[in-house]
Design a protein around this ligand. Sequence first.
Ligand code: ADP
Ligand code: MG
Ligand code: MG
Length: 198
Amino acid sequence: MLDAAFMCRWMSVTAAAVDREAARLTDLDSAIGDADHGANLRRGFTTVTEVLTKETPDTPGAVLALAGRQLISTVGGASGPLYGTLLRRAGKALGDATEVDRERLAEALGAGVAAVAQLGGAAAGDKTMLDALLPAVEALGASFAAAAEAADAGALATVPLRARKGRASYLGERSVGHQDPGATSAALLMGALAEAAA
Ligand code: ADP
Ligand code: MG
Ligand code: MG
């Protein structure tokens, strides 16, 4: 069963992964965006872990909701409100249960991903974080490892796509041939979830 401590671990493993991969995320964003994705997420997840060590909420839902609020308030770029919405909505969907199982987390993240799609107006194939998040949340019904693999595959599959949302869409055809930074960070988030569960 997954409790508040598990969700804190997920967030700190994510922060470590984002820290380690920040330069790569920024490189990807320099090709089709404004070269700040690594710095944006590093700032956001660093604050998330700082806040969670100071005050650890006692339910998994409250941990995700708090993490989401932190991302919204500390990340200036598009990814802050989007990831913030993902976690806040998922946290809300978990309610005040003190422990949840993987299936329940998959459902909650499904609600979070739907909220991201609504906020950003993007759909599958638009070359955004959703291209990693949608297949990952679907696969989370099977296992944590399957979700991480689906996110990686989804991120890789953004390379040939033409961006239809976000800054990369300003490039039109020139966005083709580059991996989407947000889909890449979404794969880090799902990889961290699998690592936290292992
Ligand atoms: P910004 O583009 O404001 O600099 P970031 O660089 O932090 O923000 O994040 C860019 C990423 O955000 C993109 O690679 C993409 O995955 C994601 N993104 C941007 N706009 C949208 C949207 N409307 N819907 C979903 N994801 C989006
Ligand atoms: Mg950017
Ligand atoms: Mg920016």
